[in-house]
Write a protein that binds this ligand. Structure first.
Ligand code: ADP
Ligand code: ADP
Length: 229
């Protein structure tokens, strides 16, 4: 469940400048495909198209064979989990921020997700910034901890499709490794699109697609791409 297929996709935001040109790739259910390329190449545009924030001008995008044009945005939001570069938290407890992944979850389920993401110790606290009104309940979350909140939220939501959009780019090297390990658990057996700047951060992907100015410049496994130079 959750096979994504881009078939000769053409896309432009406005009428003159093409952003994606004849882009074709498939993410088989449960596999991981990485989209790598310089800033402005069109990587995030691919994730916006998956949420159907925009319609494409040519080609097709399907999930499990169904054209996205026939799928409403709320179903897509339910089916796709997203961990962005900087997770923005609500002015609510960490527990609420985790629960946002699936509002119907029981307290026990929220706690389990938080424990798995290693934020179980502070789920009743508020993210700082919002915490000034309430004094000591406030907690300053590091970038890594915020990503753990996003991870717990995604574990709870358990979507068939996952997008990791530069999810570790804002972190220091040590934290990046820790969050990558946590994300590996979330993405296991889930159809995953990883968006990244650098090849070195997506070594394990089943396929890597190198995007340059909206076109696929190279593709293959990490090993294949190293051979090509
Ligand atoms: P990447 O994620 O690879 O950095 P993006 O997908 O964000 O690239 O952007 C690709 C191109 O589309 C860039 O040139 C960017 O300026 C342009 N772009 C992004 N969003 C919009 C928008 N809402 N309207 C017009 N152009 C946009
Ligand atoms: P939920 O799935 O819990 O309803 P949201 O309503 O916050 O979550 O948003 C739905 C999904 O759309 C989220 O995974 C969110 O990260 C993603 N999203 C929101 N804005 C953008 C964007 N500009 N580009 C890509 N994805 C986005």
């Amino acid at each position: 469940e959750g096979t994504i297929k881009f078939d000769s996709v053409d896309f432009r935001y406005d009428h003159d400048r093409p952003i994606l040109k004849n882009v074709s790739f498939e993410v088989p259910a449960g596999k991981t495909v990485a989209i790598v390329g310089p800033s402005g190449a069109g990587k995030s545009t691919i994730s916006r198209l998956l949420f159907r924030f925009y319609d494409i001008q040519g080609g097709s995008i399907t999930i499990d064979g169904q054209d996205l044009r026939e799928v409403d945005q709320s179903s897509l939001r339910a089916a796709i989990g997203m961990v962005p570069q900087d997770t923005v938290l609500f002015n609510e407890s960490i527990a609420y921020n985790v629960r946002y992944g699936r509002m119907s979850a029981t307290e026990e389920e929220v706690r389990q997700a938080a424990d798995r993401a290693q934020i179980g110790d502070f789920i009743e606290r508020l993210p700082q910034g919002f915490a000034t009104q309430v004094g000591e309940r406030g907690l300053k979350l590091s970038g890594g901890e915020k990503q753990r909140v996003a991870i717990a939220r995604t574990l709870l939501k358990a979507p068939p499709i996952l997008i990791l959009d530069e999810a570790t780019s804002a972190l220091d090297t040590q934290t990046e490794q820790e969050i990558k390990a946590a994300l590996d658990i979330v993405s296991e057996n889930r159809t995953t699109v990883v968006i990244a700047h650098r090849l070195s951060t997506v070594i394990d992907a089943d396929e890597i697609i190198v995007l340059r100015t909206g076109e696929i410049a190279e593709r293959g496994t990490h090993q294949d791409l190293l051979k090509m130079g």
